[in-house]
Ligand binder design. Structure first.
Ligand code: FE
Ligand code: FE
Ligand code: FE
Length: 213
C-alpha cells in the first residue's frame, strides 16, 4: 500500500517544537542542587510540578473554608464525623504543602483551582435545593467523592512528577496526603451504602403515602 507521501510541504507551521536546542543561554541559571545543565524538558516538567502544587494548595484552602458547612449540613452522624475528621486532615495537607513550598523555594500563591471552585459550587447548589434528609446526604456524598477523586488525581500525578524530578522526600510527603484522600473516598463509599438505603426507604414511603392520599 502506497505510503502516503508525506513530503508535501512540511510548512513549518507554527513549529510547536521551536525550542531551539541551541540554547546558548543568556541566563546563567545555576541550580543550587548541582544539576548544572537542565534541558528545556526538565524546566517544563518542574514548572508543571510547581503549578500543580499551587493548584492543589488552592484547592485545599477552599476546602478548609467549605468543609465545615458541608459537615453541618449532614443528617447522618457518621457522615458528619467523616467530614469533620477530613477537615482536620485537610488542614494537615495544606501545611504539608507549605513545607514543600519552603523546601523547594516555591511561591505558594499563584494558581486558583477553578475546578474546586466549581465542585464546591455544585455541592452548595444541592444543599440549597434539597431539605435535610437521607436523600440530601446521598447528594452530599456524591459531591464529596467528586472532590476526593479530583484530589486523588492531583496528588497521584504530583507524586509521580516528584519522583521523576528526583524529589523523593517530597514524593513521600505527597503520598501521605494521597493515602488520606483515598481512605476518605473509601469511607464515603461505606457510609453511602447506609445512607442510600435510608434514602431509598424514605422515597418508597413517600411514594406509598402519595398512593393512599
Ligand atoms: Fe485534601
Ligand atoms: Fe485545579
Ligand atoms: Fe480530601
Amino acid at each position: 500500500m502506497a505510503k502516503s507521501q508525506n513530503n508535501t510541504a512540511t510548512k513549518s507551521s507554527g513549529s510547536k517544537s521551536s525550542t531551539s536546542s541551541a540554547s546558548s543561554n543568556s541566563t546563567s541559571k545555576n541550580g543550587s542542587d548541582g544539576v548544572s545543565k537542565e534541558n528545556a524538558n526538565d524546566k517544563t516538567l518542574k514548572k508543571l510540578f510547581e503549578q500543580g502544587l499551587q493548584d492543589i494548595y488552592s484547592a485545599e484552602q477552599q476546602l478548609i473554608e467549605a468543609l465545615p458547612e458541608m459537615a453541618k449540613a449532614a443528617f447522618n452522624e457518621d457522615l458528619e464525623d467523616a467530614i469533620n475528621n477530613h477537615l482536620e486532615e485537610t488542614k494537615k495537607q495544606a501545611s504539608r504543602l507549605e513545607k514543600i513550598f519552603d523546601r523547594l523555594n516555591i511561591e505558594k500563591e499563584g494558581e486558583t483551582c477553578k475546578a474546586m471552585e466549581g465542585l464546591i459550587e455544585e455541592g452548595k447548589k444541592i444543599l440549597q435545593e434539597y431539605p435535610e434528609s437521607p436523600v440530601r446526604d446521598s447528594a452530599l456524598i456524591i459531591g464529596a467523592q467528586k472532590i476526593e477523586h479530583y484530589e486523588i488525581a492531583a496528588y497521584g500525578s504530583l507524586c509521580e512528577l516528584a519522583d521523576v524530578l528526583g524529589f523523593y522526600k517530597v514524593a513521600e510527603v505527597l503520598d501521605r496526603s494521597l493515602a488520606e484522600e483515598e481512605n476518605t473516598d473509601h469511607l464515603l463509599t461505606d457510609i453511602a451504602k447506609d445512607v442510600n438505603d435510608e434514602a431509598m426507604e424514605m422515597s418508597e414511603t413517600e411514594e406509598k403515602e402519595k398512593e393512599y392520599v
